[in-house]
Design a protein around this ligand. Structure first.
Ligand SMILES: CC(C)(COP(=O)(O)OP(=O)(O)OC[C@H]1O[C@@H](n2cnc3c(N)ncnc32)[C@H](O)[C@@H]1OP(=O)(O)O)[C@@H](O)C(=O)NCCC(=O)NCCS
Length: 134
């Protein structure tokens, strides 16, 4: 994973050169704490906030309005649905899919569909579903 210290981004996206090289897309209104480590091939959609010490691995998608508290790790290829909230220190396993509006209060294992408040694992994902739920 390429690591990168994000900058705060308000309004028009302001992204460091190395983040552009990493082919990350960071939409308007996103706020990323400078301590956050970003991989590459990441999409962070409008209005999402990512607090201190989060680690966002390669190929992650973070939908609009998602809030990640401090110290959250989002594994490679994971997908977090619109307006979800992830509390401090939680790890979301690689290629897992978090449904819209979820409140994630515990670690989520890799390769599962999970949603709800509190967020619960619904089922394991089949190999052909990884990164392709929607
Ligand atoms: C999770 C999702 C993919 C659907 O998963 P699914 O298991 O196929 O869900 P279904 O539509 O079959 O619904 C099954 C049950 O789960 C519930 N459910 C579905 N998604 C839910 C969610 N995100 N949170 C809470 N409950 C949910 C349904 O209400 C239904 O409940 P019921 O059995 O009591 O009627 C979809 O609801 C979702 O959240 N998509 C993400 C949308 C999004 O964020 N888009 C991004 C836009 S930029």
């Amino acid at each position: 994973m390429i690591t990168h210290s994000g900058e705060q981004v308000h309004g028009a996206p302001k992204v460091r050169a190395e983040a552009k090289d990493a082919r990350n897309i960071i939409e308007p209104g996103v706020v990323i704490h400078p301590s956050v480590k970003l991989g590459h091939g990441i999409l962070i959609q409008a209005g999402a906030t990512i607090a201190h010490d989060c680690v966002i691995c390669d190929f992650v998608t973070i939908c609009p309005g998602v809030n990640l508290a401090g110290g959250v790790t989002v594994g490679e290829g994971a997908w977090i649905g619109i307006n979800s909230c992830v509390v401090q220190g939680v790890t979301i396993g690689e290629w897992s899919f978090i449904g819209a509006g979820s409140v994630v209060v515990k670690d989520i294992p890799p390769r599962v569909l999970a949603y709800g408040n509190p967020c619960r694992v619904i089922r394991e994902l089949k190999p052909e579903e990884l990164g392709r739920i929607l």
